[in-house]
Design a protein around this ligand. Structure first.
Ligand SMILES: Nc1ncnc2c1ncn2[C@@H]1O[C@H](COP(=O)(O)OP(=O)(O)OP(=O)(O)O)[C@@H](O)[C@H]1O
Ligand SMILES: [Mg+2]
Length: 324
């Protein structure tokens, strides 16, 4: 087993997977979209804030939640000062519902819930606290709840990503960010398969497949074919698990057509290696308006309505909503 996944065995995966399936099966008021990606500084907060704004301006009720615990700054991208109440108050039971944590923004139907301002860090969030948040997200009075997951591939981050209705990956068109994005995909793919492993007893095959490198034989995609041959029922079940993942990819800070095209290459590589369908939902141009809006602590789309990113976000949101 590679060191990347070395701690995996210590966790009670079946309890987590049961919780996640229960969470998915509870009655939903709203859709949860999670924004993640392996690397820091790739635009996750920019994407979360401005997709939230677009949805709110379209008339949906939106709550943006900062789960970048320890490094919370989503409120700044939405033009709001540090909120008085944060997730820490909920986890320590100072407030009893997520609803009470909402801070209003300049757009009527958009509110923000801020992450903990202490040094919790999402990696250290206790299982109990993660479950508590996961179970309550769908009860928020909203049409959409967007989660800014922050950087990294901790189990907690992966579980929020996996249990959301839509997972959105943000990456830059540069080698380090692309590598980190594949690492993030590999991590959540593996975690999802480990959840299925309890149901299918195919653990050793999964470990073997996940330890192969790109270009080698016995890839996760080939693993699926192998399981289909040995045990078609288990294979079909596994295929359904993999198909249900379908993450969405956004490339940020693109400058050339070659940058834009990297998204299509990533889509092909993920299909070939993981057997995973990625929806490349669009790109965001590099624009100095982004850091200027951050400096002014104002939402980009409101402060710079002529930025090319307005059109970029509009296309991305329509694609995510599946409307043309
Ligand atoms: N499209 C863009 N054009 C120009 N600059 C950008 C663009 N996107 C992001 N940036 C710059 O990158 C910075 C980081 O963006 P952002 O805070 O959204 O990333 P992040 O992934 O949330 O980072 P972290 O992992 O630290 O939370 C922005 O403050 C801005 O200066
Ligand atoms: Mg951020």
């Amino acid at each position: 087993m590679s060191s990347l996944f070395a701690k995996e065995k210590n966790e009670d995966i079946s309890a987590i997977s049961q919780n996640i399936y229960e969470n998915i099966n509870t009655q939903k008021n709203c859709q949860v979209w999670a924004i993640g990606g392996g690397k820091g500084g790739v635009g996750k907060s920019l994407v979360t804030a401005n997709i939230s704004l677009c949805l709110a301006l379209m008339g949906y009720r939106v709550v943006a939640i900062d789960l970048d615990l320890g490094g919370a700054n989503l409120h700044t991208c939405l033009g709001v000062p540090i909120p008085e109440k944060t997730l820490s108050d909920y986890l320590s039971k100072k407030v009893l519902s997520l609803e009470e944590l909402k801070t209003t923004t300049m757009v009527n139907n958009l509110s923000v819930i801020s992450g903990a301002q202490d040094d919790v860090g999402i990696a250290n969030l206790k299982q109990l606290h993660k479950t508590k948040i996961l179970n309550k997200l769908h009860e928020l009075q909203a049409d959409f709840v967007l989660l800014d997951l922050g950087a990294g591939t901790s189990f907690n981050t992966l579980d929020f990503f996996i249990s959301s209705d839509k997972g959105i990956l943000t990456a830059l068109p540069e080698p380090t960010s692309i590598e980190n994005t594949y690492r993030f995909i590999k991590s959540f793919f593996y975690r999802k398969l480990k959840m299925a492993e309890d149901l299918l007893e195919i653990g050793p095959l999964i470990d073997q497949a996940m330890n192969t490198k790109m270009g080698e034989e016995n890839t996760p995609a080939e693993l699926l074919n192998k399981i289909m041959e040995i045990n078609p029922i288990a294979g079909q079940k596994l295929k359904r698990e993999i198909d249900s993942l379908c993450p969405n990819l956004i490339l940020n800070q693109v400058r050339t057509q070659a940058d834009v095209d990297i998204g299509f290459s990533m889509k092909i590589i993920c299909k070939k290696y993981f057997g995973l369908n990625i929806d490349y939902v669009g790109y965001l141009d590099y624009d100095s308006a982004v850091w200027q809006s951050v400096k002014k602590r104002r939402p980009l789309l409101m402060e710079f309505p002529n930025s090319p990113l307005v059109g970029n976000f509009d296309r991305i949101v329509h694609r995510l909503l599946d409307i043309s």
